[in-house]
Design a protein. Structure first.
Length: 240
């Protein structure tokens, strides 16, 4: 299949607030890519699959407790009726932590179907029935899965070919090599009494590359010891 007939990477979002999409993804590079057909977005209203006149999507939890739980029958109908392609993802604080390797994995596929929960969550049975992949945007709780889904989509969409103009800029970003990104500088050369590091003015590409790598290593070591330990371990394995 050539580039002209290749299907766009597709995101199918299931939510009781479908108007939240594309949100900020309708702007800037992602928005342009959406207009150009590099990727596609379907926002599906879960309430459209409710069977009562109140369009109810939730009910009280078995076993008692506060809050409401989204019903498996309504969610199953929505998932099946929405169509779409790629893995079914449920945004959840208990899921796998979203990281750059996972972002690359999702970007390499045909798309994603994302279930955005609300209330106290969704009935576990529907997740099991559809083999949902649970993904967490971080160790915190949001009012619903929509904002977490937008974060995930932004990270994925920007990796799609044609979204970011200079592909080499993607290779030097934080986490691409297991490190945080090195610091950046631009004009004016001296600002507020602070000068740009001399090595960046040298024109010596190899010295600049070495300086940037060392800066990235030092920043990672100080700020994210967990990443630094994994980075060092990976180097030991490759050299061992």
């Amino acid at each position: 299949m050539d580039a002209e007939t290749k299907r766009p990477w597709r995101a199918t979002m299931l939510s009781i607030f479908p108007e939240m999409f594309p949100g900020p993804l309708g702007m800037s590079l992602a928005g342009r890519g959406l207009e150009e057909g590099i990727w596609a977005l379907d926002a599906v209203d879960i309430r459209g699959f409710a069977t009562d006149r109140h369009r109810s999507v939730d009910d009280t939890p078995f076993g008692g407790g506060a809050g409401m739980v989204m019903r498996p029958d309504v969610l199953d109908a929505a998932i099946r009726g929405a169509g779409g392609t790629g893995p079914l993802i449920y945004m959840s604080p208990r899921g796998r932590r979203l990281d750059q390797p996972l972002v690359h994995e999702l970007a390499a596929g045909p798309g994603v179907r994302v279930l955005c929960g609300r209330f106290e969550g969704v009935d576990q049975r529907v997740l099991e029935a559809h083999g949902a992949l649970e993904i967490s945007a971080g160790d915190f709780v949001l009012s619903g899965g929509e904002l977490a889904a937008l974060v995930m989509l932004d990270a994925v969409v920007r990796l799609l070919p044609g979204i970011v103009g200079a592909a080499e800029s993607l290779a030097e970003e934080s986490f691409e090599w297991g490190l945080l990104e090195y610091p950046h500088y631009t004009r004016p050369q001296i600002w507020d009494g602070r000068a740009v590091p001399e090595v960046l003015l040298s024109g010596h590409h190899e010295k600049i590359r070495v300086w940037r790598r060392r800066q990235a290593e030092e920043i990672t070591r100080r700020r994210r010891p967990d990443l630094w330990d994994r980075y060092v371990a990976a180097i030991d394995v490759s050299e061992g």
